[in-house]
Write a protein of this length. Structure first.
Length: 205
């Protein structure tokens, strides 16, 4: 088994085990056994269990960053998209390739954020603050162009972010509990469309 391939398998085995059982309940021996190598062999790829968790969090953050609209993207899309389409781009929808990893990593982050500073910073600085900042830029540009009514973009971007991540947590709990994926996805999308409608009408609670 090639070294790079083994490391990748160990990474994904750890993601699965941490998300199912919790980081602190999983041993290095269990991770190694999941891919058919000895516990000693795992240390050729990762210094310790914390190093595996740190890599999971780093990959999760990098993938999340890819889902946020940058200023340059917004400046391009605002010239070509309808207002609704641009607002819909602010809704985090994982690609099929990323879905299972993001679901599992999302669960790990929420399980560990009270005891792990990196996970806590991911929730505060990225899941909430960076997302709200990205959405606020979209709203401000649309107001500047006269395409949506004037509204408190600071408040609404935070409302949008909190609503979407609350919906994602509910979707996650449904997924883990075996709730039909189509039904939970439909609920998530319904919340998203209500937010889009609010932005377009300017009628924010």
């Amino acid at each position: 088994m090639r070294r790079s391939n083994t490391k990748e398998k160990l990474f994904h085995a750890a993601v699965r085990l941490f998300s199912e059982n919790g980081y602190h309940s999983v041993s290095m021996r269990e991770i190694a056994a999941a891919v058919g190598i000895t516990e000693a062999a795992i240390y050729r790829h990762f210094e310790n269990k914390e190093a595996i968790l740190n890599e999971i969090l780093a990959v999760f953050k990098r993938k999340l960053e890819g889902y946020l609209l940058t200023k340059s993207q917004v400046d391009t899309y605002i010239e070509t998209d309808t207002t609704r389409r641009l607002l819909q781009r602010c809704i985090g929808r994982f690609t099929e390739e990323d879905t299972l990893f993001m679901i599992r990593a999302y669960r790990i982050v929420y399980m560990e954020h009270l005891t792990n500073e990196t996970a806590m910073n991911l929730i505060i600085s990225h899941l909430h603050d960076a997302t709200a900042k990205s959405i606020r830029y979209v709203l401000d540009k649309l107001i500047e162009r006269g395409r949506i009514p004037t509204l408190d973009t600071c408040f609404f971007s935070m409302l949008w972010t909190q609503s979407m991540f609350s919906g994602a947590v509910v979707w996650l709990s449904h997924y883990i509990g075996g709730y039909p994926e189509e039904a939970s996805a439909a609920e998530y999308n319904a919340v998203a469309e209500r937010l889009v409608d609010m932005a377009m009408s300017g009628k924010v609670p």
